[in-house]
Design a protein. Sequence first.
Length: 184
Amino acid sequence: MRKSILFLWFGASVLAAHLGGLTHTEAQERCLVTNPIGGPLEVSLAPNGRIIGVVPNGTLVKVIDRSTQKGKDWVYVELIATQIRLGWVFREFLNCDHGLKDAQQAANREQPIDGYAFDYRDESSETVSGLEECISSCQAAAGCRAYVFFKSKKFCRLMTRSDATLVPNSDAVSGYRTPAVNLP
């Protein structure tokens, strides 16, 4: 009886993999954005679909789903640092060949994104002395998920929404709140 149950489970797993389903391990793959062009990676609403934002190089993401469109592999990702679901990105521009410790260290090194601002929807802004104060304000605020610092006006906008997308803005520097990570 035990062998039959094991065989049924194994057979179902093989069938799911053959039909394009993801196993739990594949769905939880952790990757770094590594766009070879050097700029941020475009995020689409659907595989090979309308672009809805960008995610910068060096950002740590988790693969949620996979698809192949026109012979190209696409993955649906979320930010590991904030668990914000982003959308679909071109799989070729992700590096998933690193260990968990490297990935956790990368999450702590996320850099501000110069030249981009999160889409605005009624978030309040406050005057700050500089980018460092804006980042500190986000780290200290309980509901902050990301920030935008406007260079010319020295405004800091703390983002509490999980659906904000990055849009080009030469006066802005944006970034994600980086939680403290305990390394093993």
